[in-house]
Design a protein around this ligand. Sequence first.
Ligand code: BTN
Length: 239
Amino acid sequence: MIIHWLSSIDSTNSEALRRLAQLPSGSVLAAYDQTAGRGQRGNSWFTEPGKNLTFSIVLKNLPLKASEGIRLNYLASVALVDFLDAKGVKAHIKWPNDIYVSGKKISGMLIENTLGPDGRVAASVIGIGLNVNQKEFPQLALATSLTLCTGREYALEASLEEFLAVFEGLLPQLSAGELMGRYASRLFRSGVSARYHDLLTDEEYEGVIEGVEDDGRLRIRDLGGRTRLYRFKEVSYLL
Ligand code: BTN
């Protein structure tokens, strides 16, 4: 993978999409300062300049149909969890792809795919924000960073290279089923009883996260024994 470090950019995802035609597969755009980072659901992604990793990985010619694009989320999520494991930090994936440590978010991702005329994923921009050396999060009560977890400081460049080595090592599994199993095994609240708000029926209930379907839907079994399946924005986690 070839890393291009940018001193300042609005959003590495936006820049990768603008330069998509010129960037070969395996290119990575990383920014020391991201001034208009984009998050999920149209949110912004705030990060202190020079403290954290904000980067986008460009992949092309993937063996994925549009409906299989969800596997990129599994890949990036498992790579983040494995990378953090290697640092001694036990993280979980809050479905669909937020990475949490002890109830606080350490990393988020925004994956933007373009589809080819054959309906396959022609290119994917996998944008990842990983909190590394930031110690205070004024806008976010429930955020954490690698340094807050371990008390150590990390070189951003070396950390990105380490993460990308983990990510690249998992790439051959993109088409294999075991990636989904590894993702499911690290889901936040997996196998434990907790409360959820079903946004489809406006019902609050207690249930257990059992895993994910092939299409990425979250599977929760409620205490009445009924299996409920959710797409993004159809369920929220209650405390
Ligand atoms: C989220 O949890 O809401 C997703 C956050 C994704 C942030 C990353 S930082 C690098 C890349 N560029 C962006 O503008 N967003 C992603």
